[in-house]
Design a protein around this ligand. Structure first.
Ligand SMILES: [Zn+2]
Length: 140
């Protein structure tokens, strides 16, 4: 599930610098990490700085009508609009397939695997050595 281009367009609207810098960043593959959770409407990522050898972390919460409700980036302009945020929004539109990396994101406790899938062997290791080990862990 890709982000609508409208999120990016609204975000960079009227700011030619943001528009251009984010396009360059995406083309230069400065977006190092992109995670999108459609349920929470949350975008998280890492964008490489254009000059220096470092990267910034960005968190974006999407709002209604293709707007950005809340966003933060740890660059100097991170409280305001910066091209790192814009780059993530553009990346989310262009790279549809990579948005599926959500699976590798932090699992929410509620979506964890059901306990029923564990076998008896997993619950009670058959070898005495492992049994002793788990017993020691219990009393820890
Ligand atoms: Zn930034």
């Amino acid at each position: 599930m890709a982000l609508s281009i409208l999120y990016w367009l609204n975000f960079v609207s009227g700011t030619k610098k943001l528009h251009q810098k984010s396009e360059v960043a995406v083309k230069s593959e400065h977006v190092l990490k992109f995670l999108y959770d459609p349920e929470l409407r949350h975008v998280q990522g890492r964008v490489q700085a254009s000059m220096r050898d470092r990267s910034y972390h960005i968190n974006i919460t999407l709002g209604d009508n293709y707007t950005v409700e809340d966003s933060i980036c740890d660059c100097v302009n991170g409280q305001d609009k910066c091209h790192h945020k814009a780059s993530l929004l553009l990346y989310g539109y262009k790279n549809v397939s990579k948005t599926d990396v959500r699976e590798s994101w932090i699992k929410h406790p509620k979506s964890g695997p059901p306990k029923k899938t564990m076998t008896m062997d997993e619950l009670f290791p058959p070898t005495p050595k492992l049994a002793n080990y788990s017993h020691a862990m219990d009393s820890f």
